[in-house]
Write a protein that binds this ligand. Structure first.
Ligand SMILES: Nc1nc2c(c(=O)[nH]1)N[C@H]1C(S)=C(S)[C@@H](COP(=O)(O)O)O[C@H]1N2
Ligand SMILES: [Mo]
Length: 549
């Protein structure tokens, strides 16, 4: 058989056999919480690639999402990552099978199943090691997870070897037996056998894949629906009191984003294709290091032994571009970190806290900051209900005025240390402090809501938000067609750490117009007007919009 046919057959067999392997892993993951290796492998790669490669990858992804209009950035990004993870594993399987076909055809000889075992083991070993190191998708114990991946990937290796024998070796034997047949007849008979075999194998593996993946997908869908119902029921029971600024006078311009983000619309950014599996009842918060009284707290102990704090918070990702959608507002509930630390009794040489998460994420926060900022909070609820898995169940931290990258979710450990250390994204080239930049956005030029004022003129409400971390907003100004800056009206915000809704009623003038907006922080500091990319310290620049009216 020619080398090109060997390669092609290797690719095809790899594609056909890796698909049902992934379907089987996915099904077992849904049914029994066994590890889903494709996500683990992808997450491992993104954790270990150099920071600038990752940053460029994220940039490119965000640009694709925006230019193709794929909807809300963070959920579109997760969908793309999910597809990439499946594609990567599939491609990896096909590549390994191809190499196997080529090498196997060179070795020759009758080695029985050994080559399959070797292939399976060579693939299983890294997959097991990676999956256990990342340890994000499995709810099962390490030995069970390892055994499961070992058996399935080994089985896959044997199947590839078996297919090799069927396709490459057997037709040769059969045709050798056909003594009376001509050379061409033997070749075409072998090709026919091969084709028939591959078609049959394709049919069988496609069926397995569709049935397995379909069943798993259905199970996940059923879980999701049940979960949604649960969330709705619990939320209705927990936030009865209405929003703190419900008496605010200024009405947002119609079309301004919701001031309080519906929880299901809150952006999500983290280093995992899927949130890590957390067992709420087995989970403990370990507080150790330079403390006299190390603590191991259950989530109930955190909730019951300390006074609850409720804070309305606008969180933003440092990757959020000007006017991007990686920022949202909800109500955070938790306990003051300072109070919990008092019980752990910090030693005098403790100056920093190193926070570590289930997914391997980590950050360090200065104790000076923690001691002077009672709003720093170990958070266990958002929007009145326990944190959703994707938002950090069971525990995350809140640090006012900092971008999301400084605020770990799925916290498992807090260690008091003497020296400062860099966090996950700082190690990958992002700003060490990551203080939120002041930003203003035009959400809407509400031409549909034009009205006639008392002066007989037509007005068009323009509106949006302004945010400067925990530093407040003292003024927002709007400029039309590069004219004079005019002051907008501000709505009383939900809190002094949330965004502020602004509105300017513009004396309408038909035609094409440009609109710009800028804000001033609480102490009068103007928003930075110079344009800069989100990397490495958060985007700066003024939002401009052009509208034909
Ligand atoms: N453990 C963990 N915590 C994390 C991250 C992560 O990848 N892992 N990402 C951070 C980043 S970059 C952001 S912007 C916020 C986003 O929080 P959200 O997804 O709940 O909106 O989580 C932060 N906390
Ligand atoms: Mo982020």
């Amino acid at each position: 058989m020619r080398i090109s046919s060997v390669v092609l057959t290797g690719v095809l067999v790899g594609v056909l056999l890796t698909a049902p392997l992934m379907a089987l892993l996915y099904l077992a993951d849904q049914v029994a919480g066994l590890p889903f290796a494709p996500y683990d492998v992808f997450d491992w790669l993104t954790r270990n690639l150099p920071g600038d490669v990752i940053t460029r990858g994220i940039d490119a992804m965000v640009r694709v999402i925006n230019s193709l209009d794929l909807g809300e950035t963070s959920s579109a990004a997760k969908t793309l990552e999910t597809l990439s993870a499946w594609a990567l594993f599939w491609g990896g399987g096909a590549a390994a099978s191809t190499v196997f076909f080529v090498v196997r055809s060179r070795i020759g000889g009758d080695l029985r199943q050994w080559p399959g075992v070797v292939l399976g083991a060579m693939m299983a070993l890294p997959v097991i090691l990676i999956s256990q190191q990342v340890n994000v998708t499995a709810a099962t114990s390490d030995p069970v997870s390892a055994a499961w991946l070992g058996i399935t990937v080994l089985g896959w290796g044997l199947a590839v070897d078996w297919a090799y024998h069927q396709v490459i070796r057997l037709p040769a034997k059969e045709s050798a037996a056909m003594v009376s047949a001509s050379q061409e007849e033997m070749v075409s008979a072998a090709q026919l056998n091969r084709r028939e075999f591959l078609i049959r194998m394709g049919g069988a593996t496609a069926t397995l894949t569709v049935v397995g993946a379909g069943l798993a997908r259905y199970l996940q869908y059923r879980d999701d629906q049940e979960y949604k119902r649960l969330i709705e029921k619990r939320r209705a029971a927990v936030i009865p009191e209405g929003l703190p600024n419900q008496d605010a006078i200024l009405e947002p311009a119609p079309g301004t984003r919701p001031e309080y983000t519906p929880l299901e619309d809150h952006y999500r950014i983290d280093i995992n294709v899927r949130p890590p599996e957390m067992d709420g009842s087995a989970w403990r918060l370990n507080i150790g290091g330079l403390v006299d009284n190390p603590l191991e707290l259950t989530i109930d102990e955190i909730r019951d032994n300390y006074a609850p704090l409720n804070q309305y918070v606008t969180l933003a990702c440092i990757s959020n571009p000007i006017a991007g959608d990686l920022t949202s507002t909800t109500r955070w509930t938790g306990v003051s970190l300072r109070e919990v630390l008092a019980d752990a009794r910090l030693q005098p040489d403790a100056h920093f806290l190193k926070i570590t998460s289930e997914d391997g994420f980590y950050e360090t926060v200065a104790l000076d900051l923690v001691q002077s900022e009672p709003r720093i909070m170990l958070t266990y609820a958002w929007d009145g209900i326990a944190l959703l898995p994707k938002h950090g169940f069971p525990l995350r931290i809140y640090i006012p005025d900092r971008y999301g990258m400084k605020q770990p979710k799925w916290i498992t450990n807090i260690e008091a240390i003497a020296e400062d250390e860099d966090g996950y994204w700082v190690d990958r080239g992002w700003d060490k402090v990551a203080q939120m930049r002041a930003t203003t956005v035009i959400d809407v030029v509400a031409a549909d809501s034009a009205y006639t004022g008392d002066d007989g003129r037509m007005y068009v409400p323009i509106g949006g938000i302004a945010h400067a971390g925990a530093r407040g907003i003292s003024k927002v100004e709007v400029r039309i067609d590069e004219g004079d800056w005019v002051e907008a009206a501000l709505r009383e915000p939900l809190s002094d750490t949330t965004w502020v809704v602004w509105r300017y009623d513009w004396p309408f003038d038909a035609g094409r117009h440009s609109f710009e907006v800028r804000c001033y922080e609480g102490d009068g500091t103007p928003q930075i007007a110079e344009r800069h990319t989100p990397h490495p310290s958060g985007a700066t620049g003024l939002h401009e919009a052009t509208r034909e009216l």
